[in-house]
Design a protein around this ligand. Structure first.
Ligand code: FAD
Ligand code: DHB
Length: 384
């Protein structure tokens, strides 16, 4: 088998890269370890930056997002029992975020790829990559394949095979946080029109949503928290405490714990293997940046690959350093939001006072509120 670009991983990064290449007339094959149902149901991120929304439009897949997504022009920071609105759109010249589940983005991308009749193999196994003589080996439906290509895109997430293959040439920058997030989805009207990020002495809480009838909530918890220890009643009671109000309650139909870590490898490339998305970096979810940064990577990568086929290799050569500029901005923002809003084990009162001061400054200074807003809605994706 031969193609131009072999894409390992059918998550948001791999599927969007495939779509961007399709629109440039570049061939690709996407291979994915899980089955279609699984990737379409996997509950993860929910916030699309303005640039991710624009990208969905650019690739002709924005219709359902516009029909079903919820556009927000602000978020609330809540501390000392009071809410303070950060007017995202007013502070950023009209930019906004949209609430649209990651799995909806994935569904739209898979549907488009299937409609275009382009190769997308689910449930592959025994995947290995050769970055030097670019090729990917995998097994599908009991048959072993060798896929030769010009470029390999490693979009296989944090637990994939691409990054470990080139581990010898990578420098790892990493920070683990001593807590996780317990997340729920519940059948009830959201308790607020906009997202609420709450600082509380018992720990952080976040109120989000997926639709006018589905609520998404998170609570800071132990990193290895067993969800079995949390009855629905206990979760709702804790949410009420941390938000300082009675939140709407409903049937909880999904519960999970997400560990929190910051992680970056440099460079994001070796020979003809280019890493994108969670394969190269992870952020704690507080800034809602994971999915959006994956999209920014593949936007840059698609332009680099396009230029490569036009005879100019310089953009692909610059891919890693260009991508890492945004990655580190996002790392800083996510670390800053995380540090400002969570309680860390062993924090003393001095630390608490610093957090409270930072929060007060953020909601009262136009400069600081604007800094939060422009990072939260995200910078435009630029490939030039
Ligand atoms: P992934 O979505 O991980 O996709 C990688 C794909 O590669 C997967 O489909 C995987 O099955 C496949 N794969 C892996 N190994 C192989 C292989 N060997 N061969 C072929 N395919 C392979 N971000 C936020 O902004 N907010 C959140 O609330 C949030 N919650 C999260 C909760 C969890 C549990 C996790 C894990 C992440 C969360 N994130 C969140 C981060 C966000 O979901 C990711 O940043 C985003 O999914 C990155 O997309 P990706 O395509 O790079 O990687
Ligand atoms: C959601 C997740 C986030 O990490 C975040 O910062 C905001 C919202 C969500 O899943 O809705």
């Amino acid at each position: 088998m031969r193609t131009q670009v072999a894409i390992v991983g059918g998550g948001p990064a791999g599927l969007m890269l495939g779509r961007l290449l399709e629109l440039r007339g570049i061939e690709s094959v996407v291979i994915e370890r899980r089955d279609r149902e699984y990737v379409q149901q996997r509950v993860r991120a929910g916030v699309l930056e303005q640039a991710t929304m624009d990208l969905m439009d650019e690739v002709g897949l924005g219709a359902r997002m516009h029909a079903e997504g919820l556009v927000h022009g602000g978020v609330e920071l809540r501390f000392d029992g009071e809410g303070h609105r950060i007017a995202l759109s007013d502070l950023t010249g009209g930019r906004a975020i949209t609430i649209y589940g990651q799995q909806e983005v994935v569904k739209d991308l898979i549907e488009a790829r299937v409609a275009s009749d382009l190769p997308l193999y689910f449930e592959v196994s025994d995947v290995s990559v050769d970055p030097a003589a670019p090729s990917v080996r995998f097994t599908h439906e009991g048959v072993d394949h060798v896929l030769e290509c010009d470029v390999i895109a490693g979009c296989d997430g944090f637990h994939g095979v691409c990054r470990p293959t080139i581990a010898d040439v990578l420098t790892v920058y990493e920070r683990e946080y001593p807590f996780g997030w317990l997340g729920i989805l519940a059948e009830c009207e959201p308790s607020s029109d906009e997202l609420i990020y709450a600082h509380h002495e018992r720990g952080f809480a976040l109120a989000s949503m997926r639709s006018p009838t589905v609520t998404r909530m998170y609570l800071q918890c132990e990193p290895d928290e067993d969800v079995a220890n949390w009855s629905d009643q206990a979760i709702w009671n804790e949410l009420d405490r941390r938000f300082g109000m009675s939140v709407n309650r409903g049937d909880v139909f999904e519960k999970g714990v997400t560990p929190m870590r910051s992680f970056v490898v440099e460079p994001m490339q070796h020979e003809r293997l280019y890493l994108a998305g969670d394969a190269a970096h992870i952020v704690p979810p507080t800034g809602a940046k994971g999915l959006n940064t994956a999209m920014a990577d593949v936007y840059l990568l698609a332009h680099g690959i396009d230029a490569f086929y036009g005879g100019d290799d310089s953009r692909l050569a610059a891919y890693s350093s260009r991508a890492l500029e945004r990655v580190w901005r996002v790392q800083h923002f996510s670390w800053w939001m995380t540090s400002m809003l969570h309680r860390f084990a062993g924090d003393d009162d001095f630390q608490l006072k610093l957090q409270q001061s930072q929060l007060r400054y953020t909601v009262s200074s136009a400069a600081q509120a604007t800094a939060l807003a422009e990072n939260y809605v995200g910078m435009p994706f630029i490939a030039e």
